[in-house]
Ligand binder design. Sequence first.
Ligand code: ATP
Length: 368
Amino acid sequence: MEAAASSDQYRSSSSSAGSPSAPAAASTNRRYYFPRPGRPVSFEDSPDWGDDITAAPSSSSIHLASLASSAYPSPSPSIPEPSASAPAFRERKVAGAALVWKELIVSVRDRRRAVKGSSGYALPGTLTVVMGPARSGKSTLLRAIAGRMHGAERVYGEVFVNGVKSPLPYGSYGYVDRDDVLIESLTVREMLYYSALLQLPGVFSSKKPVVDDAIAAMSLGDYADKLIGGHCFNKRLPTGERRRVSIARELVMRPHVLFIDEPLYHLDSVSALLLMVTLKKLASTGCTVIFTMYQSSTEVFGLFDRICLLSNGNTLFFGETLACLQHFSNAGFPCPIMQSPSDHFLRAINTDFDRIIAMCKNLQVLTG
Ligand SMILES: Nc1ncnc2c1ncn2[C@@H]1O[C@H](COP(=O)(O)OP(=O)(O)OP(=O)(O)O)[C@@H](O)[C@H]1O
């Protein structure tokens, strides 16, 4: 077993304006090692945003298909080839990356395992959700796939990017944390422009189209010149729009893969649906989008392509969302009509519910 243990030397665009830090010194403990430079990860030619394009991503998936047939025991029979009849998108094209993680184990302090052997994949142009109850290891798994581990954490297992066993190269992915860290005295456009200045090479003038595209991709047109606000400012951008700004901040780097920890954190149901539709649209341009979520409404659930269901660090299911419903039904837990599938899955896998029901019964007895 080998490991991709790293601190955060492969940081996402937003985490540092400079280049990634040098790999840490090799450990004397040979149970894990730092990845050595190997075959470089190849992404599709990623044309600049705004180019006239018609094609959906294709060859990165072919890399993955060949990989999957040889090395990765997929829970589904095979990874589907991209459909020949995929719709043509004329807005912009992003070369997504096919990600495969295999038997990922993350041990945290005291050698406790927060993730216990998770396998799965995320394809260009799709939404993949990591779902599970609180403290089931969702954020830890997301960080492990992105290669953003904290000091004491150790990762064992393999991550393939477009068929190459490698961490995601610097700048090729965006990572949006759960909490929005924004500069409140700037407008949305200024914030994104500032972010582009810090992260992208080139002259000032070349950043404008990138910022405009990020604003369009996150449907922030109406808010572009509004103050982000908060704290000492009277006006504050609504929570849903703040979340969009955080995501747009990553999009200025034109990432191949976008990781989002709880995109719907603190959002009401309408803002949540709106944001997910925006993410679906973003994915349809070719970007690989993977995110964590505690629960979702039925409408939001219908937008996901694949689900990785975690409980206490164990992957209970990985595959297409419809297959997940079938899986639970076959196991004797059919999803009741009128119930959100995500609520149903959580209820089926979370033993806390039994405890709560017992508590409620006790309460009824006590109060008569
Ligand atoms: N660096 C760490 N050190 C110690 N424990 C950790 C560390 N990272 C994660 N854990 C533990 O691993 C478990 C899973 O944490 P994680 O944050 O990944 O879960 P989660 O499903 O995202 O939960 P939530 O939705 O509540 O944030 C938790 O019990 C957490 O305390």
